[in-house]
Design a protein around this ligand. Structure first.
Ligand SMILES: NC(=O)c1ccc[n+]([C@@H]2O[C@H](COP(=O)([O-])OP(=O)(O)OC[C@H]3O[C@@H](n4cnc5c(N)ncnc54)[C@H](O)[C@@H]3O)[C@@H](O)[C@H]2O)c1
Length: 310
């Protein structure tokens, strides 16, 4: 049976794809977003919309829509911004998330699914990061994302709220903000299509785990529909478990954008870590899911999106 799902951050990149996937599967969706990063045009027509800020009262959305579940994606999403203004990052990502969690409890929500991040791991302990490994975030952003996992665990202890955290790897695809700092695929695609010259930080040999946004949206929907009761630690990596260097991404994008422009070299940025590759077997053990879109296909679809958006 379809559920009523409130999607915070649903006007943004990942949230709009999550909302579409939920609607496609027969759920009822309302989006809560303050449009600071996202756009109302990305909210699916069939979804409700509450223009609210998670750092202020969000009760109106809960009273009006009466969601069964919440998918919480609204956040300050930039590592660089978190290093420049950690208080602002914590206000939105920690206090704003607490506000959503406490509203969910007050309004009898069954489950909160939280968009956590590979940034929780920071200086990882191994080549492939598993959920039980120690988290040592290397940025304020990573620290704030990790803190909320603990808040959800506390809320479960206190009130029985069900929760799951999906630690997303590097998500890419159509609608990612090419002005943002995180989405290297979107940034490079936009620049190459506009005749610009991308910068590659730290020699281009940083390895990341790139996952196509539709694969992430499907994982979120499946976790919403899964049985979670009794799970001691419902934290799941959402990833491909394959590492790709920035230089490899750049080569694929040059082909997809029909460009022969060489990138220029730029130094390391604070908070960046050498390698972030996430094991995904725990998630695949919970739900019938595996990433379905290859990097070549995903990059080609992303480049096509930005070409059409010109
Ligand atoms: N993109 C990635 O690779 C990635 C990786 C790991 C985790 N995440 C997490 O996934 C979530 C979605 O990220 P995204 O890439 O879609 O970014 P995005 O910027 O496109 O989406 C974030 C949305 O949150 C909204 N928002 C921001 N502050 C708000 C506030 N105070 N009140 C209400 N709404 C607010 C923005 O308007 C935007 O629509 C975030 O929680 C992010 O930390 C993203």
């Amino acid at each position: 049976m379809g559920r009523k799902v409130l999607v915070t951050g649903g006007a943004g990149f990942i949230g709009s794809h999550v909302s579409e996937e939920l609607l496609r599967r027969g759920h009822e969706v309302a989006v809560l977003d303050n449009l600071s990063g996202g756009s109302a045009s990305q909210v699916p027509a069939a979804a409700g919309f509450y223009e609210l800020d998670i750092t202020e009262s969000v009760d109106k959305a809960f009273e009006d829509f009466r969601p069964h579940d919440v998918i919480h994606l609204a956040a300050q999403v930039s590592v660089a911004v978190s290093m420049q203004d950690p208080e602002m990052d914590a206000r939105i990502n920690v206090l704003g998330s607490l506000n959503v969690i406490r509203a969910a409890v007050r309004h009898g929500v069954r489950r909160v699914i939280y968009a956590s991040s590979a940034a929780c791991y920071g200086i990882g302990e191994g080549d492939i990061l598993e959920e039980d490994m120690r988290c040592m975030p290397a940025s304020f952003y990573g620290a704030s994302k990790y803190a909320v996992e603990h808040c959800l665990r506390s809320a479960q202890q206190d009130s029985g709220l069900e929760w799951a955290a999906l630690r997303f790897a590097n998500v890419y695809g159509p609608r990612q903000d090419p002005q943002g700092e995180a989405g290297v695929v979107a940034i490079f695609a936009r620049l190459l299509l506009d005749g610009g010259k991308p910068e590659i930080f730290g020699g281009g040999e940083l390895k990341r785990d790139y996952i196509f946004v539709e694969d992430v949206a499907r994982a979120v929907a499946l976790v919403l529909e899964a049985e979670l009761e009794g799970r001691a630690d419902p934290v799941f990596n959402c990833s491909t478990a394959v590492g790709t260097t920035t230089n490899e991404i750049y080569a694929l994008l040059k082909t997809a954008c029909s460009s022969d422009v060489e990138a220029s070299a730029a130094p390391w940025r604070p908070g960046d870590v050498q390698s972030l590759i996430l094991d995904n077997s725990r998630l695949r053990g919970l739900v019938d899911w595996s990433p379905g879109v290859t990097l070549e296909e995903g990059i080609s679809r992303t480049a096509a999106f930005f070409r059409d958006a010109t």
